[in-house]
Design a protein around this ligand. Structure first.
Ligand SMILES: Nc1ncnc2c1ncn2[C@@H]1O[C@H](COP(=O)(O)OP(=O)(O)OP(=O)(O)O)[C@@H](O)[C@H]1O
Length: 576
């Protein structure tokens, strides 16, 4: 199989349809590429290809991973990264997912941190609602995420999408194992660290950590060593949000970070609190506003109104001039356009009034800051724009699907050229009949974008109408997810690969000599188990741990110890 890195345009397509455009990066499981789907029929040509080397995966495990991947492709939620399909190509397992051009939440938070800013509370809540809706949808279907973290939340036109749902399970061969051994410890719950199993409440814990991170731009539980992070999670105090955030939001986060899983609310219970319901209603209104194209209507109307002013100027000019027959003909045409502009103006005034009434209503619902354009900071003054989705972004993303309209300043002064402009501008094609319908110019969002908003609104409406007290009695509802039963299926060869990858990555960053010293040092600290945290922290500091390398080495040692324990368990269970 050709290495994907070598594939460029003109090279063979992957799976006979995907053209690799660029590399997006490397994660702990494999490489990620932006691809062009040459057979896309859904308007989403850009997709993501995740290529995971199979290593020593056994054939039956490969089949199971493919089956599970197919299951994931049947999940449809606007806040869950769409999983299109998976296939085997040479020595790699490939997954095709939706592409999120605004990258992941980890990058976004880093950007905000570097700029010395913070996220406004309303933005945090907008994202929290979407993430809770996604978890609610998955938990209802007895599916757990198990690896929720900022890096697995993607941003697309300011909507959030949880990615890598179940992917770690597909790859580790066991969800229990996946939970313990995927990436970072920062989101691990006390029950996972105490080996008490993972359930839906552990996903809630991880989301609580993420909520803290969105507000404070640092991890909820931090420490200089892996062990110190673990100790804070298991025994430390529940963190509090800074005073800049509301007491209601702080209380939501603290409930999500209860040490006892049973004391944590479910996603639906959080969404059903008065505080969250109000925000959901508010978000729903803004989505209605966006998807109806009302924002673009305003721009359209403004352009048309100014065109009318321009027509008057031209008419006055022509009266002053001695007109040739050709110019008179032109004037007649302009007058006809002028009359149409008059009718249009009337329509425009009505539309304007409608939009302003709606805006006033939105503001009334404690929504002062319509323009929290986190993704597009440059448009700070544009307070009329509703924040979650900017139609300018959508237009640029939709690219060829959306025709750009001529701007007012493009109107030529020369009457002949102006005539061409008016013809292009659609005056002549605007029939009386059409005036009563929605003009084509209001269709600014592409179908997938509108349906995404509509789907999100539908999910919010469902939660708003849901009666939680009915939950237990409804036989049609799937049961809440349970902790996995029975002994975990251990795929030690994949785990070894994971450990090996981690080791190589740290070695590359530190150099093998420094790595070895740090490794031995931390190992000695870990072996004196009861040794206080400070000792491990000190050892880590010796490696100038600004990028968390020491923490990774500490984590590597933890993995190795756990692997040993699991091997021992396997041996004990093996038949004589
Ligand atoms: N669907 C996607 N849309 C846009 N960018 C993506 C998408 N999936 C992954 N990426 C980007 O590709 C890079 C690698 O992603 P990947 O998920 O493999 O690893 P990771 O999240 O960085 O680490 P880990 O494997 O430990 O979770 C990241 O920069 C991520 O933002």
């Amino acid at each position: 199989m050709p290495r994907f890195q070598e594939l460029e345009s003109g090279q063979p397509l992957v799976a006979k349809r995907y053209n690799i455009l660029q590399s997006l990066g490397r994660g702990s499981f494999g490489s990620v590429y932006l691809v062009l789907d040459t057979r896309a029929t859904d308007g989403e040509q850009l997709k993501v290809l995740k290529q995971i080397p199979l290593g020593d995966l056994q054939p039956d495990e490969t089949v199971r991973a493919t089956q599970e991947a197919q299951l994931l492709s049947q999940l449809h939620h606007p806040a869950i990264l769409t999983f299109y399909h998976s296939f085997l190509e040479g020595d790699a397992f490939c997954i095709i997912t939706e592409y999120c051009q605004d990258r992941d939440l980890d990058c976004k938070l880093e950007e905000v941190r570097r700029a010395g800013r913070s996220l406004p509370e309303i933005q945090v809540i907008d994202w929290l609602i979407q993430l809770l809706l996604a978890l609610h949808y998955m938990h209802d279907r007895r599916i757990l995420h198990r690896d929720l973290k900022a890096k697995n939340v993607f941003l697309k036109r300011n909507l959030v999408k949880i990615g890598d749902f179940g992917v770690s399970c597909l790859l580790m061969g066991s969800c229990d194992l996946a939970t313990t051994f995927t990436g970072t410890p920062y989101y691990m719950s006390p029950e996972v660290l105490n080996h008490q199993g993972y359930d839906s409440k552990s996903d809630i814990w991880a989301l609580g950590c993420l909520l803290y991170e969105m507000c404070c731009l640092t991890h909820a539980f931090q420490g200089p060593s892996f062990l110190s992070v673990v100790m804070k999670i298991v025994e430390g105090e529940t963190p509090t949000l800074p005073a800049a955030f509301s007491a209601d939001l702080n209380s939501v986060m603290q409930r999500m970070l209860q040490k006892q899983p049973s004391s944590r609310p479910s996603a639906a219970e959080i969404l059903k609190t008065k505080f969250m319901e109000e925000h959901m209603q508010n978000l729903k209104d803004r989505f209605v506003f966006e998807s109806s194209g009302a924002e673009k209507d305003a721009e359209f109307i403004a352009n048309k109104m100014q065109s009318k002013v321009h027509l008057q100027t031209l008419r006055e000019w022509s009266e002053l001039e001695k007109m040739t027959p050709r110019e008179r003909m032109r004037l007649r045409k302009l007058q006809a356009a002028d009359e149409k502009a008059g009718r249009l103006r009337k329509l425009a005034e009505e539309k304007y009034e409608e939009i302003h009434t709606r805006r006033r209503e939105l503001r009334r619902r404690h929504f002062e800051t319509l323009s929290l354009d986190v993704l597009n900071e440059s448009r700070e003054d544009d307070t009329c724009r509703s924040q979650p989705i900017s139609s300018q972004d959508l237009q640029s993303v939709a690219g060829s699907q959306v025709e750009s309209k001529p701007q007012l300043h493009d109107i030529p002064e020369d009457p002949q050229a102006a005539e061409v402009y008016y013809n292009q501008d659609g005056f002549d094609s605007w029939s009386e009949d059409e005036e009563t319908e929605t003009p084509a110019e209001t269709l600014y969002l592409s179908d997938p974008q509108v349906s995404e908003l509509e789907a999100m609104m539908k999910h919010m409406q469902e939660v708003l109408e849901e009666d939680l007290s009915d939950e237990s009695g409804d036989p049609a509802k799937p049961e809440a997810p349970q902790s996995p039963q029975g002994p975990p299926m251990i795929n030690s060869s994949l785990l070894e690969t994971r450990i090996q990858n981690l080791r190589e990555s740290v070695c590359r960053r530190l150099g093998s000599e420094v790595f070895q010293r740090l490794y031995e040092n931390l190992k000695a600290v870990r072996q004196r188990r009861g040794a206080e945290d400070g000792a491990a922290g000190e050892a880590v500091n010796q490696a100038e741990d600004e990028h968390g390398v020491g923490l990774q080495v500490d984590q590597l040692l933890f993995y190795e110890e756990e692997l040993q324990k699991m091997r021992q368990l396997q041996e004990d269970r093996a038949p004589e």
